[in-house]
Design a binder for this molecule. Structure first.
Ligand SMILES: [Zn+2]
Length: 102
């Protein structure tokens, strides 16, 4: 058996399948939680880094508010902001944004 590197089309297909599966799982988990629990989690984690838990800082760039963790270096973008930053020029960023549509 020969292992060949998957084409970018195959990689995109499998990444999209994985994203759809994880979205369904997240939707199901959210549906099981109470509104009170979701509000408690939002209040507890608002503007906290999802990786290290320390505070995020906001930087405005090209009409988008980028949330940056200066402790671990992570960057967080709200829904739709990746597409806005990518514009029409970056095919790579547009492809990444399209993985999570739907
Ligand atoms: Zn962090």
């Amino acid at each position: 058996m020969t292992l060949e590197k998957p084409s970018s089309t195959e990689e995109e297909y499998f990444a999209r399948m994985e994203a759809e599966k994880k979205k369904k799982s997240a939707d199901a988990k959210r549906a099981q939680m109470s509104q009170t629990e979701r509000e408690r989690l939002k209040k507890e984690h608002w503007m906290r880094c999802p990786k290290c838990g320390l505070e995020l800082q906001s930087i405005d760039y090209r009409g988008v508010t980028i949330d940056k963790c200066f402790h671990c270096g992570g960057i967080y973008l709200d829904d739709g902001e990746l597409e806005k930053l990518a514009g029409q020029k970056s095919r790579l960023l547009q492809n990444i944004a399209e993985l999570f549509k739907g």
